[in-house]
Design a protein around this ligand. Sequence first.
Ligand SMILES: [Zn+2]
Ligand SMILES: [Zn+2]
Length: 404
Amino acid sequence: MSELRSALDELAALDLAELTDDAVLDLVGELSTVANRMAAALTSAVRVADRREAYRRDGAASMKSWLRGSCRLAPEEATAIVSTGRRIEQLPATAAAFAAGEITAAHARVITRAMTPGRVTKAAEAGIELAETDVILADLARKTTPHETKQGVKRWVAGIDPDGTLGEAADVRRRFSMADGLDGRVHVRGEFDPVGAEYLHTALAALMNGDRPAGDTRSHAEHQADALVALARGALDGGSLPDVRGERPHVRVTIDWRALCAARGAPGVSGGSLGWAGPICPETARRLACDAGVVRVVTGPDGLPLDVSRAQRTATAAIRRAVEIRDGHCVFAGCDASPEWCDVHHVVHWAHGGPTSCDNGALLCERHHTACHEGGFSVSRDPGTSIWHTWRSDGTEVLSRAGP
Ligand SMILES: [Zn+2]
Ligand SMILES: [Zn+2]
């Protein structure tokens, strides 16, 4: 490994601008082959660690999670390396081409991905030699791009699995994955068997049933996404889920105390973070900490927790009921979203001493709760009445309205 490192150091020290066109093109070709060989070596090493369950040394649950944690690989990259490593073992010709740097990791993936156990068995039953297929596909990969190789792989699949029933479905009959998209978004993928899908669809349809508030321009897909989140929130808020390490499970937000007390958009304020999904902006962290049964962890200047509690921030059932009766629907200007879609917002945030009370509560749908925390809007109520005002961040009023 030390020789490899010094070779790389030498390479890094090379003045590329000095090279002739011929020399630079030769170098690119050479490096591309070396990169393939490195990728093959990485895949083999990962396979050995995977088979021995070496990742357990560091407390990881799988080789995939070890790669994500220790090498900071994107989830799909970690998955690809682990599964290529597992399946390429039965394909010596492809493995040899990869090890020699003749094919890329993408070629190896395209070939191994198609080699599900169901298809391999079916091919054997049909008298198609796996060894022969391996040689043909490895040869194809040497001469074509991964995309073109994929077409060849598809022809092999079509020959032994014409109706596609032995595809990934035979390998994993249902799956649901959530992957961090590196852009602050989380990508969800999956497939279900008909019965599982029926349960999911029935629950989502129930949450999507009912009149949509005026001005609700969400697409069906957006509406369905909201319903899925509402399903999870309902289960967490309702306390029907099993305890995790002796605690009632709920979303946990970590927020710096300065961020908690700072004005919206204040400069130099760090955001908060969620246990799984990672960093969020300070406004979003404050909204989460405002309402819902979210567990908040407030950290001090040294980053250590000052306070971990769920306190009384969640409106008790009685307070919530009273606020629902008084407000009737979301109190934001022009919105009629019904109470079941609403949070009880703290008009004066609890971080600034606002109590969890009927007086300090305001019914806001999720969209307008977001508008108040992230969008700079605010709402206020004339004392002793149910007349609500909606304010822009510049202090001008959008509209005032009476309660139900
Ligand atoms: Zn709020
Ligand atoms: Zn609303």
